[in-house]
Design a protein around this ligand. Structure first.
Ligand code: FE2
Length: 291
């Protein structure tokens, strides 16, 4: 296993002594860490999570694990069986996006399982929910929100207005709010991050399956990355067998796609948050190859 971890970005506190949670000024800081795992693709992605997650949780002292799982079932969509498997691997909340309905059998399950989110800004009446407030292992209340962009994607309700309304509502319950912004355009993602600065603890982009190197903490205390990346086959075109995608570009003909095989990678970010005020104090990118 090789482990490629970016330099952590710090603001004021943390990572100094995770047991004592002391800031540089000596003030006791009630920090917590959230692990966000980028889009899990297929069985190979699920197996990688199962193999690596326990060690990551103990190594980084993670209090809550969130993962985007919209491609967890054979590369397209998610089912009850795959969601249950991911929850059993230690993931607390699963987010999704434009592929959430690819496996239609998820409909009755998502209607009753509120830890499996779908984008908040789908039309009113869509099954499932776009947010949840849950308890981290340290007891901190954490809200998770799933919102979809709409540039080069389906035309959903405005993610900015819908997201703002929901976060204003959630802030009455907790200041620790993690947003999965599932979107294609980097412009929309960065604009959304700045729009949420000071309102959410973290805005983490998903959907492109390619991890970006722009992780930062914005001026208002919101941790941000344009895309957390993919958890699935390393040698692939966003998870799919590369030769199949090359053929598609050469011929422009439709064809069946298969999740690639071989070496896998887990991509994601660890975000450290001051649980007293909801402000992020650190963000660190992870890209780990497996086996
Ligand atoms: Fe997507």
């Amino acid at each position: 296993m090789t482990d490629c971890v970016s330099d952590a970005l710090y603001r004021d506190t943390v990572f100094l002594d995770p047991d004592l949670n002391l800031s540089r000024s000596g003030h006791v800081c009630f920090s917590m860490k959230v692990l966000f795992i980028g889009d899990i693709v297929g069985k190979i992605g699920r197996q990688t999570v199962r193999a690596l997650l326990p060690n990551l949780v103990s190594r980084y002292k993670i209090g809550l694990v969130i993962a985007n799982g919209e491609n967890a079932a054979a590369g397209f969509g998610i089912t009850e069986k795959t969601a249950v498997e991911l929850f059993g691997s230690g993931i607390h909340v699963i987010t999704t996006g434009n592929h959430v309905w690819d496996k239609k059998e998820v409909l009755p399950y998502i209607a009753k399982e509120n830890r499996l989110l779908r984008p908040l800004n789908f039309p009113t009446g869509t099954p499932g929910t776009g947010s949840i407030v849950c308890a981290a292992t340290g007891g901190e209340r954490v809200a998770v929100v799933n919102i979809s962009g709409r540039v080069f994607m389906n035309t959903l309700d405005c993610p900015f207005r819908t997201g703002r309304e929901e976060i204003d509502r959630l802030r009455k319950e907790t200041g620790v709010i993690i947003v999965d912004f599932h979107a294609e355009a980097t412009s929309e993602k960065r604009a959304f991050g700045y729009y949420m600065d000071g309102l959410a603890s973290a805005v983490i982009g998903t959907h492109t399956h390619v991890q970006t190197a722009d992780e930062t903490i914005l001026d208002g205390g919101t941790a941000y990355i344009t895309d957390a990346g993919m958890t699935g086959p390393a040698t692939s075109v966003i998870g799919i067998e590369k030769d199949q995608i090359i053929e598609r570009f050469l011929t422009l003909m439709p064809r069946k796609y298969d999740v690639a095989e071989g070496k896998a990678m887990l991509s994601g970010v660890v975000v450290e948050i001051n649980a007293e005020n909801g402000r992020a104090t650190g963000i660190q990118r992870l890209q780990i190859t497996y086996p």
